[in-house]
Write a protein that binds this ligand. Structure first.
Ligand SMILES: Cc1ncc(COP(=O)(O)O)c(C=O)c1O
Length: 482
């Protein structure tokens, strides 16, 4: 005993000794009422100072794990060991206890079942931002600024609705995007994904059906399934969702919600044309289907005219807009927002409070300070010029090397390629993986199991030389498979 104690460099030694002894006690290595080595003995066994052991023993006593008998020494307390013994015998079969919610989440978990990258591979699977672009210095400044202003408050509980200065900033920003904010309010969420989850959890299932673009964001499909909705996917075409197919679907069935990603859609990268935007709103209002607008990528425009979000073009109070800083800034902060009718937000706030109380105030406040200080505009300019360059390079390489049928992607962080019907991009992936390149086959984005002939190429985190090399390898493999 005491031979496996290993010191770490960067943690106070007395805490390490305390943790080590605590583990021995709680795991049963030291029995109740067993006498512990004296401070002198333990210091020599662990090769630390005697003072360190005195401090460790004092902390263990304070935690009730050991007791002192004057003149005799330190002993393991009674309860410490017996709890560990009792716990060891009871085994629950957790797999048996899982409900459908857990089973669907597990089945649809791409991180577990998706394509794995290994060292040295060129991976086009990610559409996360490139962390090399993050301006850490300005983030640190924002953190210090905010902490010095109201550090104590930020570390206490905050409001379910969100951090007020951030909400005000977003209100102003959305107004600048042309949204009429009268009668609307904002809830801060943990990214887009929590906003979607909360909204789905409050909706009455009148029809139990949701409309969306086909293909669409995999996480959205997963959440629709988790909430028990059936999904009707409407084909995408140049300029956005097919209006003809949308109209057919709307005249056949009733729907509780339509989920749309009008700008730089995932996975197609298509921006819905202004004509389609008008027509979609008109159709939805005629058939009384509220819209959930996902604005996650809106800022990542490299060319073409500015397009306003759907919520800026009317629609009364029937459009719920969910925004996120995950692609345009830092996904690790997990900050997004729901902008919608005040009455709806009021319910969502209560659900948010019941679920997680609120999104981290510290994260929200540092983000606010970063935005307030004007760092975001600077960052976005730099990030956009870098992504634009990569986007153009990726398009150029695809056009030169890959004999695709269609290529889409008007901006954002990815391109979408379709081949002739019958071409199998999963088979293509197998060949490319052996040659050190991976991408996302399109089927996971389809609501109906289709898209076997499609693929998504995320380029944001791929170096220029690898974009050229990787697309060259994919192109060669496509030609061999055709
Ligand atoms: C369509 C779409 N919406 C939203 C998001 C962002 O989600 P979150 O804010 O939860 O990170 C993504 C990320 O990939 C996405 O593809």
């Amino acid at each position: 005993m005491f031979t496996d104690f290993k010191l770490m460099d960067d943690r106070p030694v007395s805490i390490q000794v305390k943790d080590y002894m605590k583990r021995l006690i709680t795991k049963g290595g030291l029995q109740s009422n067993q006498r512990l080595p004296s401070t002198r003995e333990l210091s020599s066994l662990l090769n630390v100072s005697r003072n360190t052991v005195v401090m460790a023993y004092s902390d263990l006593e304070e935690e009730g794990l050991i007791y002192v008998l004057k003149g005799k020494g330190n002993y393991v307390a009674q309860a410490a060991g017996s709890v560990a013994d009792a716990g060891q015998r009871w085994q629950v079969d957790w797999k048996q206890q899982m409900n459908d919610h857990a089973r669907i989440a597990e089945e649809q978990d791409l991180m577990k079942r998706g394509i794995r990258s290994s060292q040295g591979m060129i991976s086009f699977t990610s559409i996360a931002p490139d962390e090399k672009l993050f301006d850490i210095d300005n983030f640190r400044r924002a953190f210090l600024d905010r902490m010095s202003l109201e550090g104590e408050v930020l570390l206490n509980y905050g409001y379910a609705k969100g951090y007020k200065p951030l909400i005000d900033y977003l209100m102003h920003d959305m107004e600048n995007k042309g949204v009429d904010m009268a009668g609307k309010d904002i809830l801060i969420t943990n990214g887009f994904t929590e906003g979607l989850d909360i909204l789905l959890s409050v909706l009455t299932k009148n029809s139990g059906r949701i409309l969306c673009e086909n293909p669409t964001h995999h996480t959205a499909i997963k959440n629709f399934k988790l909430h028990g909705f059936s999904i009707t996917g409407i084909d995408m075409e140049a300029g956005g969702i097919s209006l003809q197919k949308l109209e057919q679907a709307l005249s056949r069935e009733r729907y509780d919600l339509a989920y749309l990603v009008p700008s730089y859609q995932n996975p197609t990268g298509i921006v819905m044309s202004p004509e389609k935007r008008r027509a979609v709103i008109e159709l939805m209002s005629r058939h009384q289907v509220p819209i959930l607008e996902d604005g996650f990528n809106e800022e990542l425009r490299y060319s073409g005219a500015h397009v306003a979000p759907l919520i800026a073009s009317g629609g009364g109070n029937s459009i719920v807009y969910v925004g996120s800083y995950s692609k345009i800034l830092f996904p690790g902060l997990r900050v997004g927002w729901v902008l919608a009718d005040k009455e709806l937000i009021d319910y969502l706030v209560s659900v948010k409070r019941a679920r997680s109380i609120h999104t981290s105030t510290l994260d929200q406040s540092v983000l606010y300070q970063y935005l307030h200080n004007g760092y975001f505009e600077k960052y976005l300019k730099r990030a956009k010029s870098e992504y634009k360059r990569k986007y153009e390079l990726a398009v150029q390489c695809c056009q030169a090397d890959i004999p695709f049928r269609d290529l889409s992607g008007d901006g954002g962080l990815h391109l979408f390629l379709a081949f002739e019907n019958g071409f199998d991009t999963r088979q293509l992936l197998n060949i490319c993986r052996e040659r050190g390149v991976i991408f996302t086959p399109g089927t996971i984005f389809y609501t109906d199991g289709g898209g076997g002939n499609t693929m998504r190429l995320g380029f944001s985190r791929v170096a220029d030389a690898d974009i050229v090399k990787g697309i060259g390898i994919i192109g060669q493999a496509v030609k061999e498979q055709m």
